[in-house]
Every structure is written in C-alpha cells, then in structure tokens.
Design a protein around this ligand. Sequence first.
Ligand code: KG4
Ligand code: ZN
Length: 347
Amino acid sequence: MNILGIETSCDETAAAIWQTTPGGGRILSEKIASQIDIHAKFGGVVPEIASREHLTTLPPLVDATLQDARLDWSAIDAIAVTAGPGLMGALLVGTAWARAAACVHNIPLIPVHHMEGHLLAPGLDNALPPFPFITLLVSGGHTMLVRVDGIGHYTLLGQTIDDAAGECFDKSARLLALPYPGGPAIAKLAENGDATRFSLPRPMLNKDNLNFSFSGLKTAVMYAVRKLEKEGGQSKLDAQTRADMAAAVEAAVCEVLVGKSLRACRNEGIGHLIIAGGVAANRHLRNMLDEQATAKNISVHMPRPEHCTDNAAMIAFAAAQRLAQGFTPPAEWDARPRWPLSELDKF
Ligand code: KG4
Ligand code: ZN
C-alpha cells in the first residue's frame, strides 16, 4: 500500500510517500519546502503568509514527490493529511487540497494528528520499541511526556504549564539577536560557548511531578542580557558572551528535559524512551539523554534529525500505523487548530 502524506500545519510544506510492506514499510520519496527564509525577516511565522506559500508550493511539491518515487496517482492508495493542531489557515490549505485530490482520484483520506506523527516518527528510521514506552514530545508549541501503550493509546503524564521548550529556544534567541527559528541558531552558537559562565534556573526540575515550565527561564535570560547591556552597552554582549549565554540556555533546557524524561521512566517502571519533535534534533539533548538513560539501563530511540522537525513522512507513517490497527477514517471532519492528544478520536 502506498500512502501519500501531506503536512502544512506551520511553516514547512511537505509531501512524502510511505509504502507499507508485510514486515513494516519504507519511504519511497519525501520533499520539504521550508518557508523559514520568508518568515525569518519577521522574526517568527506570519500565519497569512504561511497559508499563501502552502497554496502555491503544495501542488508542484506533490508532483515532484510522485516523480521522485516514479509513481503516478494510480499507484497511490490513500492520502494522509495533518488535520491539526497548527495554524488554521495553513491547515485549511493542506486539508482542502488533500480532500480534493482524494475525491478526484477516488481514494480514502485519513486525517492525522500532527503530534501523533511526531510521536511515532522514530519508526520511520528504525523499528519502534516494544510497548509500553515513554515519549518526550518537544516542539515549538508543545512539551509533553506521553505514555504509549499501543498505537492510538496515549496517556499524557505531564506537560508545560506555560512556554514550550522550542518556544523558550526561540524567545531566548530573539533576546540574543539570533534569527528565527531560534533552536538551531542557539545550538550552533552554543558550540563555542561556556555553559557555566551564566547560571540559569532549571525550572521545576526537582519538583516531584512531570510538568515543565520554561517562561521563567526565558525571563532569566532577558534579565541577564539587560544587566549586561546596562553595564557596558553592546560591547558587553560580544560574540563570546552571546555564545556563553546560548550554551547556558541550551544546558538548562536540556537538563530539565532529560531529568523529567528519566523521572517519567522511573515512575512508570518503563525502560524504553523516545524523543521526538523539532527540539529533539538538538545534538546536546540527544547526547545527554543517550548518556544518562544508558547509565540507567533505559533504551533511547530518536528519529534522524530531519524527521524530528516537521515532515510529511511521519504523517503518512502515523496513518499507516492507525490503518494497520483497523482505524476507519471518519466520513466528516474539520481541521482543528487546537486539538489535544487526549481527543485523538474526536474529529
Ligand atoms: O516540530 P517542529 O519542527 O514544529 C512544531 O510542530 O512546532 O519544531 C520547531 C521547534 C522550534 O521551536 C525550533 O526552534 C526547534 O523546534 N528546533 C530546535 C532545533 N531544531 C529545531 N531546538 C533546539 N535545537 C535544535 N537543533
Ligand atoms: Zn511539529
């Protein structure tokens, strides 16, 4: 079975084809058109511009994806499309286009929850660990710890009470005059930084629960930057100082994410951990988690960095997993910009 995945929930237009095989499956082709350069000028995603870009980019991108896989429409058995959560206009472009294509080619259309796509994404590159496992989902809008007892069986163990981890990277980056998106920019700058020069808080790390809070961390960065500016203007914020601050932010965020993930494994008595979502592309986080989890006999599974950030292969893959479990796509559904994972089956 060949499933065409479509993803337009934010600032990446993406299409991919996942082919299911008796033992699993494989990616036949995947394409991503990033809008980052367009939005970077504005310091963040401009929803109206994102929708318009999806509109012009999606049709030729799907053609290119089919061509790359050397398939025509007659070989596509179903379309899987991100139905939410995300930007309403952006979701509407993808879902309306997918609906029309499914209708023209007379094939089923499967609405997919974007976070379920991220959550299962490690399965694109390697077999998923046995159930149950814990997933740390860290993206621009979400920070969640989820217990996964099976495909479609997700229990939220904890989440952020304010900013998401990606949001903390993005906002801190802005304070350091770095371009959008902030996560990769901070990670790059942090390579030459000394994480110990600035002491930043590790919010809620020692609280006996699985929730997160990152807005205080961003505020601490703001005060530290202001203090430096007051002391000596821009000269105090020289390249090394900014690199040290970037390293301190990265260390603080990663320490909290790793600490809480290991706590979740311990609390639930589970020995398999997945990390997914854009922030999971962070090399420092991957190394720290690998080291600390291995020391505790916990196996860590992560998608390749390009499958951590938004992509369409994860959407097609999630649909394939649901279909294999006997999922029947609803006859009627709407794009849902806000869609809690706990309402997975409410369309
Ligand atoms: O999952 P994603 O691509 O989009 C959403 O669904 O939100 O995640 C985007 C987020 C942004 O906040 C971005 O700054 C962050 O992931 N990110 C990173 C890295 N790459 C992307 N954060 C830290 N280090 C990275 N290497
Ligand atoms: Zn995402």
